[in-house]
Write a protein that binds this ligand. Sequence first.
Ligand SMILES: Nc1ncnc2c1ncn2[C@@H]1O[C@H](COP(=O)(O)OP(=O)(O)OP(=O)(O)O)[C@@H](O)[C@H]1O
Length: 541
Amino acid sequence: MRRIGFRGARAQFGIGIVSLILSSVATAVQPLLVRRLAESFLAQNPLPTLIVLLLITSFLTDAIGAALSKLLLGFASERFVFNLRNSVVGTMLRTDHRRFSSFDRGDLNNRVVEDIPAAQQPYFSTYPELLSSIIVSVLCFIGLLFASLRLSLALVAVLMLVGLAMMLVLRAVRIAAERSREAEAAYSSRLYEMLYNFVPIKSLRAETWMLGMLSRQAEESRRRGARLITRTSLILPIINTGTQVSIVGVLILGGVEIARGNLEPAQLATFFLFLVYMISPLVTIAVSLGELGEAEASRARLKVVFDGLPGEPGTAEVKLPASPPSLSCTSQDLTYQYENGERVRIPDIEFRGPGAYCLTGGNGAGKSTLFHLMNGLYTPTTGTLSWNGLSVDEGSSAEIRRLVYLMPQSRDVLSMSVRDNLLMGAILSDKEILTLAARVGVLDFFTTLPDGLDTKIGNDGIDLSGGQKQLIFVFHALLTKPRVLLLDEFASNLDAPLKSAISNVLAELATDGLVIVITHDRELLERFPQHIVLGRSASAR
Ligand SMILES: Nc1ncnc2c1ncn2[C@@H]1O[C@H](COP(=O)(O)OP(=O)(O)OP(=O)(O)O)[C@@H](O)[C@H]1O
């Protein structure tokens, strides 16, 4: 994860850290220089030019170094988020469909949007702040040791007690942060579902019920968030009390030491100066360690995505020829088991191309499952399915999907232009799109769009009817002209003339390819007389 995130950001990160170190060292030498200046004033010597120059230089280095490091680390963190987002989304899109289905989509959305920015926090904010604070604290502590060994040892004793209390609190913070992130992600998933099903929820008057479900999840998230805040809120009081006890202790003990003649007032003043310079870094160290616990919770959630979504195995060699003289798809003892244990048995079937088939059968007979297997999206659990003798398995599935196009039963248009929805990356001219439109008698639909093919669909653009959406899905399939086209209920929303015109295009595709249509539509069943019926056993008629 770190390797991917830092790609292209290493130089900015490196210079940012060097600037930070310079700035921290410049901060830590200031008490020393101030002490020298004060001593010179007390001795009524002339103004020590070198010390003054060094002090001014240290102020400037401190300010410039701190600003530069903030800027460069900020740029590097944006790059880190960008790299990780691209990588996670790329992994999701390339991953095995079956593994992907076991993830909750709302939760995945939350991991990319929320967890990635949270997980970058340590590298670009918390660790650098820790580094800077440790440098200043250590250098100031060395200054303290030189000013008074006894007072330093007393200070260490107080700091150790504070450190112990901090460790206990930080552990509690980390656990609470993990639980809080999980609760937030669960809320995000439920919200995602509500937004996705907004229309059915409204139309079925289920708003109150859905609000209740969301409120319960929000309440859980609030409860866990409150627990995290309770624990985090202990950090500052512990560090403040520790600081106050240290200051008061140093003054009392220092006074006693001066009275006993063991310490000079100037030594106590120097000790005090170093202590004051050390307080702010110590507070930062404590707060940063608390933040690390929260970032760790996000990092663990991202790790699950990286580990749980392995990419599909690539196909080293192209095994299925793009244009064989004939095509055949056969299955033997084929079964597919879903994540929930549901096992679908497919009777032995055989499709032979060129040609067109209708695939029919009762609800739940396994038609869509068979299409997903034929497309390589699913791989057989037992038995075999093969294209021209090439078995559908993990090694061949990506290659099979290159030639076998599946238009699934349920999908939605993308909030992009009509052209993007039609082509989805395919490179085709407007003329090719409009020629097909003219052929199936829907040229008017495309030419009367407000911005032509650039018309946006969705919030900023036009809304489409169910049939118009289906037209766009079918058009995409027809324009890409695959060798094998699997259409799952493509005609349910299309009017009779359009259905008939599209059937003609399909018949033409079937002259040198294979077209299979899942349908119960009488006209289509008559138009494509080769049928395979899935039931208890498949039968070809
Ligand atoms: N994602 C899934 N997870 C678990 N089981 C599933 C899933 N998809 C389908 N099934 C189960 O697999 C069986 C076959 O479903 P499939 O969708 O393939 O049937 P179908 O013939 O296409 O049905 P229909 O005509 O109703 O669309 C059904 O029993 C269904 O419950």
